[in-house]
Design a protein around this ligand. Structure first.
Ligand code: PAF
Length: 283
């Protein structure tokens, strides 16, 4: 595996692969890789001849009081994991390379509507930061295929819309969430949980399963399902940002006829903000 930090070096490598007729698959990450990332990588490898991963903790997607400074950074372990997973090129730029050393007001990519609901309501500017960095990475890597985890379901919907609206010729693939044996969705932020919080954390997945179970059985009183889901988590000690039933395609509030749904939750335990979701077809 080759490791590069400069955009020009990524471009040179991709040009050479293109000349050989290779199909390029890409997984953008913020590093601190775990089994969830490796599953994205394995899926990406099935869709390309050459495989690129990026590791960049993107300051633009963190709010002023969020964990940018403390976000876990483990570059040499990440490099080992990527090499073992068969990665051909690891792109690990610094902030100056991505945003320009002196740029105080870089161009931003805004995906309206879906960026300001759910997590967007609690993390203003977050999805603008995500859409901006992913658009930049797409322009740098110019992959045929890019893989994103369904755990960050809203992010996946935002990126699909951004890629369609900006005419990126890139297939966006969603990869199923990888869970711990007790149901907790794998996330770098699980490291912020102490032992007691870690024992409580699978309650989010359990609440989502209860909600999707009643929806699959035909329930349509989504407001009641949302209230019950949120109240159950509050009773267990979570600070709940939202527990919401939405249309899978665009995260809007479902109408009576909608069947392809997703139940999404975001809740805080101690220092950790946990998100999770489960897709469901209404019965
Ligand atoms: O999901 C992530 O790790 C990040 O939001 C992403 C897509 C790499 C953009 O920084």
């Amino acid at each position: 595996m080759q490791t590069v930090t400069a955009i020009a070096d990524v471009r040179a490598r991709i040009r050479a692969w293109r000349a050989e007729g290779a199909r390029v698959a890409f997984v953008p990450t913020m590093g601190n890789l775990h089994a969830g990332h490796i599953s994205l990588i394995e899926l990406a490898r099935r869709h390309g001849d050459r495989f690129v991963a990026s590791i960049f903790v993107n300051p633009m997607q963190f709010g002023p009081n969020e964990d940018f400074a403390h976000y876990p950074r483990t570059p040499s372990r990440d490099a080992d994991m990527l090499a073992a997973a068969g990665c051909d090129l690891m792109f690990m730029p610094d902030v100056g390379e991505m945003y320009g050393a002196g740029s105080t007001a870089p161009t931003r990519v805004e995906v309206p509507g879906i960026s300001t609901t759910l997590c967007g309501e609690f993390r203003p500017g977050h999805f603008e930061g995500v859409a901006t960095v992913v658009a930049k990475l797409f322009n740098i890597v110019q992959p045929d295929v890019a893989v994103f985890g369904e755990k960050d379901f809203q992010q996946l919907v935002v990126i699909r819309r951004m890629a369609a609206d900006l005419c990126f010729p890139i297939a966006i693939i969603g990869a199923p969430t990888v869970r711990e044996p007790d149901g907790l969705a794998m996330s770098s932020r699980n490291q912020y949980l102490d032992a007691q919080e870690r024992a409580m954390a699978p309650a989010i997945h359990a609440a989502l399963r209860t909600a999707t179970g009643v929806i699959a059985a035909g329930a349509t009183d989504y407001a009641a399902i949302e209230l019950e889901g949120a109240a159950g988590l509050v009773a267990r000690g979570f600070r709940v940002d939202y527990f919401a039933v939405r249309r899978r395609i665009d995260l809007s509030v479902p109408a009576a006829a909608d069947r392809e749904l997703v139940v999404l939750a975001a809740a805080r335990l101690g220092k950790a903000r946990l998100i999770d979701n489960l897709q469901v077809e209404r019965g």
